[in-house]
Design a protein around this ligand. Structure first.
Ligand code: ZN
Length: 131
């Protein structure tokens, strides 16, 4: 049940982000679903002493709380971040979207370790003289 709800939220966020990227109006049903998911109780920080390492995160239902945290992050992303900063990875076998926070706004891959290195290897092999 919770996994199904989480998958639905993932697809809702994907459609909303794609709409933002293309300047398309948000579907009212997607907006309603995202906003509803964001209303669930979030994780609760509990202080047990001095310093950040003493904070425990509690919740009656950790999966629902994590789902709510994801929805809240999506709300703030769509409200505060320029859609020009959201990009699709250029990896030929990758469809991940990512937030380009680089100063030059020229990031091309979801991850250098994943798609960036594969692209460099392919480029190197194409340029390498055969012999
Ligand atoms: Zn990628």
């Amino acid at each position: 049940m919770q996994l199904g709800a989480l998958r639905k939220l993932r697809e809702t966020i994907y459609r909303l982000v794609r709409a933002a990227m293309t300047g398309t109006r948000f579907e009212p049903s997607d907006l309603a679903a995202l906003n509803a998911a964001a209303t669930a109780p979030d994780l609760i920080p509990q202080l047990n002493g001095h310093g950040a390492e003493t904070v425990k995160w509690n919740s009656r239902d950790p999966v629902d709380a994590a789902t709510s945290s994801i929805a809240r992050d999506a709300v703030l992303l769509l409200a505060r971040v320029s859609a020009k900063r959201i990009k699709e990875c250029e990896g030929p076998d990758c469809s991940l979207l990512f937030l380009d926070e680089s100063q030059s706004s020229r990031r091309r891959w979801c991850s250098m370790d994943r798609c960036g290195n594969l692209s460099k290897i392919h480029t190197y092999r194409r340029r390498k003289p055969q012999g």
